[in-house]
Design a protein around this ligand. Structure first.
Ligand code: FAD
Length: 283
């Protein structure tokens, strides 16, 4: 049995096809669940674009008797629609949510308004009281639209003040950025857990592209090594596993409250991390 006391959770996105959903539920969820994470979360497409598929995957995971947290944003919805969704989740036995502003979907010409996450948290508390444990997003390397480091922490605190219970970070590869962020949050009066979001490194080209958009930095030394591997996927996978295992080990040894794995709906990268870190229930 692992002696790790910190919270471990895993994230999925709702697949676009029926076959993808079936695979996630039959082949991925049970295998990762057997490793013993506390819960799974399921993302919500920008602008509410996956409202039905997120609900479908969340319901199916609940039906397997597994704790699951839907991600949620106002998207383009009004208060009644969000309240209905909250009720539907409550009826399904869902007890956790990840509350977000979300991104404005492309193709809206920048005209769409979005509701800040602190307002969504306040709305959830107003309509459903203390039923849900609410997680929010945090950014150790600071949200790309943020005016300053301090203002981003100010708005994170606003999410806690509105009733959030804990936060999960955007992924990062510089451990000092995370612990410095925790110190700054504590200095700003935040006393709730901020779990480390961890992205396994598999497809490096995709990761690089995605990181530019979401403001996560990939250190130069990692890029240099990865670029040198070219198309050698085996070496990329091996080095990625080594780097991310070391990152997680340092986090767990240095007092991070827990880790949230961005699984990208794949078994192997997350399973290997569990194994290397001795997190599996049978280790
Ligand atoms: P907010 O906390 O509302 O912050 C957005 C920006 O506005 C920040 O720059 C902040 O400093 C500023 N701000 C915040 N509040 C205010 C205010 N009241 N007044 C003025 N400025 C303010 N995206 C998805 O589309 N679907 C998902 O399922 C999803 N899941 C995620 C899960 C995690 C753990 C993380 C870290 C990110 C996730 N994202 C997801 C990405 C996220 O939606 C984007 O990063 C989005 O741009 C910001 O969402 P947020 O909830 O952090 O926004």
């Amino acid at each position: 049995m692992s002696d790790i006391k910190q919270r471990i959770s895993c994230e999925f996105f709702p697949p676009k096809t029926e076959a993808g959903i079936a695979k996630l539920l039959a082949d991925v969820t049970p295998v990762l669940n057997a490793l013993g994470p506390e819960f799974f979360s399921v993302t919500y497409g920008a602008g509410g674009s996956t409202r039905d598929s997120t609900m479908g995957v969340v319901s199916a995971i609940r039906d397997l008797g597994i704790d699951v947290a839907p991600h949620l944003s106002f998207g383009g919805d009004d208060e009644n629609a969000v309240a209905d969704l909250l009720e539907a989740y409550r009826a399904k036995g869902v007890k956790r949510l990840v509350a977000l502003r979300g991104d404005i979907p492309s193709g809206t010409g920048g005209k769409a308004q979005s509701v800040y996450a602190n307002e969504l948290v306040a709305f959830i508390r107003k309509t459903t009281g203390d039923h849900f444990n609410i997680e929010v997003a945090a950014y150790p390397e600071i949200h790309p639209e943020s005016k300053s480091y301090d203002s981003d922490i100010h708005f994170l605190k606003a999410k806690f003040d509105a009733g959030a219970n804990s936060a999960i970070t955007q992924y990062f590869y510089t451990v000092e950025a995370y612990f410095y962020f925790l110190d700054q949050c504590a200095a700003a009066g935040i006393d709730k857990p901020i779990y480390a979001g961890i992205m396994p490194i598999t497809n490096f080209a995709n990761l690089k592209r995605f990181s530019t958009n979401c403001g996560a930095e990939i250190p130069r030394w990692i890029c240099q090594r990865m670029d040198a591997y070219g198309d050698d996927q085996e070496s990329i996978g091996k080095f990625g596993l080594e780097v991310v295992t070391q990152l997680c080990q340092t986090l767990l040894d240095s007092g991070a409250p827990g880790i949230h794995f961005y699984t990208m709906n794949q078994v192997e990268p997350t399973r290997q991390l569990f194994q290397h870190l001795g997190l599996t229930q049978s280790s």
